[in-house]
Design a protein around this ligand. Structure first.
Ligand SMILES: NC(=O)c1ccc[n+]([C@@H]2O[C@H](COP(=O)([O-])OP(=O)(O)OC[C@H]3O[C@@H](n4cnc5c(N)ncnc54)[C@H](OP(=O)(O)O)[C@@H]3O)[C@@H](O)[C@H]2O)c1
Length: 283
């Protein structure tokens, strides 16, 4: 399956929210393939347990604590990473939260969802941008774990639709969209304002992830750093209460194929769906 093994045991990959679920499965798969993986999560005990669990299977990975909602935690992590490895090649932004049940929709924790799923990813990317090795031969990569729920067709408000479609999306426009959403939530007008109907706050956070990935891929073009998004599909994890059409391992299998695409086949600014690493669309 991996005809071009461009990576070595010195290739450094960081995975966030990796004590369980899809993140843990991605770490396991990357480690099996011989990548130097740093498993990160916000709870030290859970992280150490996860590392020990992999060690029992003969896999060596490093651990470092990282809470993506805390700027202090991100700074400490970047400092540790720089000291330990000097830089990184792969970042998998996997950490995420949702407080919706499969068949329910609430926005009570909208601000936390946006802060974790979008601003957490963004803050970490901003901090790590100077540390990517950007090898000409192998290219550095960011894979943002996103969702189809964040695709542009999920909003019915024409102004929001236009905003998301805009060629020249900017950080300010994304912030504007998110502030407007939080405002609508606070005013209690979010239902009639045309936001996504299912898992509303989560979907908005993933729309922001997709839009920012599109912005960043353009900003970084030609600088040996590719930025793509990946939707793992409906996966059996804690987030879905164990429901789903496939396991975290199956989702990770596809994610890792995207992460390790040969440099000459690696696109940037694309949205990958879980079924096949070659099935992607524009963000
Ligand atoms: N499962 C699905 O059907 C599905 C579908 C589409 C997209 N996704 C996306 O896939 C990714 C992984 O989700 P999952 O299904 O594997 O869910 P999960 O099992 O609930 O895992 C989520 C992970 O994110 C971590 N996390 C939450 N807040 C964090 C923070 N502030 N800092 C660092 N880590 C934090 C959690 O840590 P704790 O254990 O400490 O809470 C956990 O390790 C998410 O981005 C999710 O949105 C999932």
């Amino acid at each position: 399956m991996y005809t071009c093994r461009w990576w070595t045991e010195k290739t450094v990959a960081i995975v966030t929210g990796a004590n369980k679920g899809i993140g843990f499965a991605i770490v396991e798969k990357l480690a099996e393939l011989g990548v130097m993986v740093v498993l990160t999560c916000r709870n030290e005990m859970k992280g150490i347990e996860a590392v020990l669990c992999l060690a029992k299977r003969g896999l060596t990975v490093e651990f470092c604590k990282l809470d993506v909602t805390s700027h202090e935690s991100i700074s400490k992590f970047a400092c540790w990473l720089h000291g330990r490895f000097g830089g990184l090649d792969i970042l998998v932004n996997n950490a995420g939260v949702s407080f919706n049940e499969i068949d329910s929709n609430n926005v009570e924790k909208a601000e936390l969802v946006i802060r974790t799923n979008f601003y957490g990813q963004k803050m970490l990317i901003q901090e790590l941008l100077p540390l990517f090795r950007r090898s000409v031969a192998t290219k550095s990569r960011i894979l943002n774990i996103s969702s189809q729920l964040g695709l542009q067709n999920k909003v019915s408000n024409p102004a929001l639709k236009n905003l998301q479609k805009e060629e020249e999306i900017s950080e300010e426009k994304i912030d504007y969209m998110l502030n407007k959403f939080v405002e609508d939530v606070k005013k209690g007008t979010w239902k009639e304002a045309g936001w996504p109907k299912i898992w509303t706050d989560y979907s908005v956070s993933k729309q922001a992830v997709n839009a920012y990935s599109r912005f960043l891929s353009k900003q970084q073009k030609g600088q040996n750093l590719s930025i793509n998004c990946f939707c793992p599909g409906f996966t059996k994890t804690a987030m879905t209460g164990g429901m789903g059409t496939h396991t975290a391992q199956e989702a990770a299998e596809v994610a890792v194929r995207v992460i390790l695409l040969p440099p000459e086949e690696l696109p940037t600014g694309k949205f990958f769906k879980w079924l096949s690493p070659s099935f992607f669309s524009m963000l």
